[in-house]
Write a protein that binds this ligand. Sequence first.
Ligand SMILES: Cc1cc2nc3c(=O)[nH]c(=O)nc-3n(C[C@H](O)[C@H](O)[C@H](O)COP(=O)(O)OP(=O)(O)OC[C@H]3O[C@@H](n4cnc5c(N)ncnc54)[C@H](O)[C@@H]3O)c2cc1C
Length: 390
Amino acid sequence: MARGPRKPSRAQLREQLLDDAASTALPDAVDVCVCGGGAAGLVAAICAAEAGASTVVLERDLACGRPILATGNGRCNLTNLDVRAGVYNNPAFAEEVLGPGSLAANDVLGFFDACGLATGFESEDDSRVYPLSDQASSVREVLLARAERAGVTMACAREVTDIRTGAVTFTELFSGRTGRLAATSIVLAVRDGFVPEGIDAEPFSPALCPLACEGLPFEQLDGRRADARVTLLRDGRAVAQERGEVLFRSYGLSGIVIFNFSRLALPGDTLLLDLAPLVNEERFASMVAAAGSARGVIDPAIVEVLGDVKRVSCTVVGKEQTDRAQVRQGGLLTTQFDPATLMVRDIPGLFAAGEVLDIDGPCGGYNLTWAWKSGMVAGAAAADYAKARA
Ligand SMILES: Cc1cc2nc3c(=O)[nH]c(=O)nc-3n(C[C@H](O)[C@H](O)[C@H](O)COP(=O)(O)OP(=O)(O)OC[C@H]3O[C@@H](n4cnc5c(N)ncnc54)[C@H](O)[C@@H]3O)c2cc1C
């Protein structure tokens, strides 16, 4: 039987990407240099190049846009029609950049429509938006194609090590050599990889991850799921409440509600779980009386271990699996930036976009909305700044 061409091995792919990176020629000077070719950086570069600026992306990884591939469990929840500034840690600044109401979601959808990406909702009563292909790779590929069409030079395997007004220094990972690129405008979009001198930042810390907890027999519950209303309590006072699926793990709790609480929870906080949120106390009591336990209301395996499922509590110990956390809290203090351009007020020509700024939101497409929209603002403003000085 005839066999098709053999798939290249990982090592061969890596070699190929390194060769491609090494053969990407860089000019001595550009209008706009974007540091970091992830979600925010690619959009910033596209907007800068489409506004007529010569644009280079310096990316540490062997290819641009790779962080997008892991989003939304490989499906990329790219925005949310219900985007509101109030979901972010710094709502006033977020609103100035995103605009009021759902304007940012419209801008994001318009941008991706122009890229040729078909999008749709998770379900009829859900405002989360995904590519119709259900593949995050569609999002990455339309961005790479549009960047290429716009004339962006994507220079990969180059790690930015220093930024001074008008120049970026980087290390070529394929040769070990140091390079320097003069740029009228610089857009920083490295997520948490690099903070330039002279800019104040809150320390970065991981969030949107599971929580390690104690106070329940978690080993015995490992892998069980339940719909729950979860309340986060600090010193007996409710800090937040959300309903959704909770996943018991041997170390504590996971699931979207818990991920969202990881932005707020501190060690010592209490999580109060109602594992039968759709059944009110009175009805719950009568069902337990009829069946002799809550086995008819929720997963019997959970009832077996916990007994009471209406008021279950445990104590937060800390964050878990932080290496796979979905966002970084902290980042460059937004007070240093003009929200209309995302330029540092005291360092003309230096812009930032994406998670490197001190903005983060809950699960649901809000973090990518911030990355795309801040990329649009910073990229267009960086091009204007460079053109005005040409
Ligand atoms: C597993 C996972 C799932 C997620 N799912 C969703 C989702 O479905 N919806 C949603 O809204 N958000 C999601 N997020 C969050 C979202 O991916 C981020 O908010 C978004 O990617 C941030 O964009 P960014 O451009 O700031 O950073 P990134 O997209 O991470 O890009 C930063 C880029 O900078 C490069 N870089 C770093 N340091 C340097 C340096 N010194 N020099 C050069 N390059 C450098 C990196 O290699 C990277 O390519 C998810 C995150 C994770 C981890």
